[in-house]
Design a protein around this ligand. Structure first.
Ligand code: 6PG
Length: 261
């Protein structure tokens, strides 16, 4: 397992989104050059909204007709619900770019049960990535967020979802959650070529320190360690407030520090 992570702290959400756009251009450009196809999984939550808006407004040719968009996780609600990640991503991004309908792969939340929705999503992934038994999809890019409690995707601390090592998508039904959810699993996340965390707000600072300083190895986000891929932690100043100087220096690659303010 490599430890190829870059931690970059930006003055504000705007600069953070601009850097994420640069990474999107670079990663999608390479995937399309190499394979004529770019597969990305997107998260919901509030933090990426500004990024999705900017991405939608870009004038460059991002080859949306060669881009396949999946969801990292989803609430088991209709697409027109305020709680729907797909609904948000559609509104802020997908409705505003020229992506063919067949290249958008939401979690089908119209299934009879949460388990059926997870199974269906897993089937969609297997079909798209042409997987054999025991294989995991290799996304070019997975975009993640982190919750105050250290969760990422819909993988929550202390749950059995963290030890799942066969399934691609699972049903998440916790009493404390308002909604039932469907989530990609850790083996899928850790098989990605690139992972970008977008993290903003002071309420994330404590969990982030624990995750990045390796103090709390059991937190879901601490377990995001792709075998061969790169991980970018893009933070705004308030999310990075408790990170020690040592951590910033030791994990930033050359060039990264000049961007960290
Ligand atoms: C979701 C996400 C979840 C999110 C974090 C951070 O659908 O809510 O899957 O993992 O990324 O909770 O959310 P914020 O960006 O809103 O802080």
């Amino acid at each position: 397992m490599n430890d190829h992570r870059e931690i970059l702290i930006f003055e504000n959400g705007d600069e953070l989104s601009d850097f994420a756009l640069e990474k999107w251009r670079e990663i999608s450009g390479k995937a399309i050059k190499d394979r004529e196809s770019f597969a990305v999984a997107l998260s919901g939550g509030k933090t990426p909204v500004g990024f999705y808006r900017k991405l939608a407004g870009l004038q460059d040719d991002l080859s949306w007709n060669k881009t396949d968009v999946f969801l990292v996780d989803e609430r088991f609600v209709p697409f027109d619900s305020d709680e729907s990640n797909y609904g948000m991503i559609k509104d802020k991004l997908l409705n505003r770019v020229r992506i063919p309908a067949g290249k958008v792969h939401p979690v089908s939340t119209g299934e009879d049960s949460l388990q059926a929705a997870a199974k269906k999503y897993e089937g969609d992934l297997k079909e798209f990535f042409k997987l054999n038994v025991g294989e995991f999809p290799e996304f070019d890019l997975i975009m993640l967020g982190i919750g105050e409690d250290g969760h990422t995707a819909s993988l929550f601390p202390g749950t059995s979802s963290l030890t799942e090592n066969e399934r691609l998508a699972i049903a998440v039904d916790l009493n404390k959650l308002k909604n039932k959810r469907i989530s990609l699993t850790l083996p899928v996340i850790n098989n990605a070529k690139n992972i970008i965390f977008l993290i903003s707000g002071h309420n994330k600072a404590k969990a982030l320190r624990e995750i990045l300083e390796g103090k709390e190895k059991l937190l879901p986000a601490s377990r995001v360690k792709p075998g061969k891929g790169r991980v970018f932690f893009l933070l705004d100043k308030s999310a990075g407030a408790y990170l020690s100087h040592l951590i910033k220096v030791s994990h930033c690659l050359e060039g990264g520090l000049s961007r960290a303010k």
